[in-house]
Design a binder for this molecule. Structure first.
Ligand code: ADP
Length: 212
């Protein structure tokens, strides 16, 4: 069993919560001059390892106990929402040309396509766009819904899903990213983007936390 070894930032967070808890993630981020999103993986690891407790609408407080958590237990507790990135969303009527521009501007590999109700309809990958660029001159005329991969064949995940399950979907379906969604009665609302890079980062933070 490998004992938890905290990195410098996690140590600082623990100190802040010990002295000021209960304190919200937002307030911790402010003290460290970082964004809440940047702190999310650290807070997840500290909570999962038993150093911190979190109560909805109250915040984080020091639990006082030092639980020994194995790396495999920690891994099973990682959630999609702690590692996801911001989604880049385009309308199904956007032209292929504009989608290519968007891909460069936003520096992502995959665009998610929505209808005018903002519900997930499809996915556009780098190669979807490249294939169309080779095959046609009409990039400024073709809307992306003609070439995208579409529902119901889109593989997605939810914020609360275990990261390991989402990682398996990425590998089994051989795709680079999954939309992170809220399931509503009317359709799927996109709230994030889970990529192979996110999973790789989680893998590294797990190794660092456990001093592997
Ligand atoms: P690339 O095509 O650039 O290699 P991917 O491996 O992500 O990128 O995509 C492969 C194919 O799978 C593309 O046609 C893409 O539209 C589709 N695709 C990508 N992500 C998903 C997903 N989450 N669900 C279903 N299909 C997807």
């Amino acid at each position: 069993m490998s004992p938890i070894e905290l990195n410098k930032r996690q140590d600082t967070i623990l100190q802040i919560v010990k002295e000021n808890g209960p304190i919200t993630g937002e307030q911790i981020a402010e003290r460290l001059n970082l964004t809440r999103a940047t702190l999310r993986p650290d807070l997840a690891i500290l909570t999962m390892a038993g150093f911190l407790d979190a109560r909805p609408r109250v915040g984080y407080f020091y639990s006082g106990k030092k639980t020994m958590t194995t790396a495999s237990e920690s891994m099973m507790n990682l959630k999609v929402g702690d590692f996801q990135s911001l989604p880049v969303v385009v309308s199904e009527n956007m032209t292929v040309y504009d989608a290519i521009v968007q891909l460069f501007l936003e520096d992502v590999g995959t665009l998610f396509v929505v209808d005018d109700q903002s519900h997930l309809q499809g996915v556009l990958s780098r190669k979807d766009l490249l294939r169309t660029s080779i095959g046609t001159q009409e990039l400024t005329k073709i809307p992306v819904h003609i070439i995208m991969s579409r529902m119901p064949n889109i593989v997605y995940c939810k914020k609360t899903d275990p990261l390991i399950g989402a990682a398996k979907k990425l590998i089994e379906r051989q795709v680079d990213s999954l939309p992170v969604v809220n399931e509503t009665e009317k359709g799927l609302e996109i709230v994030g983007r889970l990529t192979k890079t996110n999973v790789t980062k989680a893998f590294i933070s797990l190794a660092e936390t456990h001093d592997l």
